[in-house]
Design a protein. Sequence first.
Length: 68
Amino acid sequence: MEEKVFTVRGMTCTSCSSTLFNALSKLPGVSNVGVCLLTEKVVIKGNSLKSEQIIDKIEAVGFEVKSK
């Protein structure tokens, strides 16, 4: 199992973090998602995770990936 960590800008409330959690949880290979509003971090665990696919999903729901 691999782990990827991203810094995400644009989350302003728990609804934002929930939206991001729900969207990322549906990606193929994802087994666990952690979203922290205060630190602006997203931690994703799973198998065969593709950074590009994760970044595309984060941006598709309206947030910006600051770094990976």
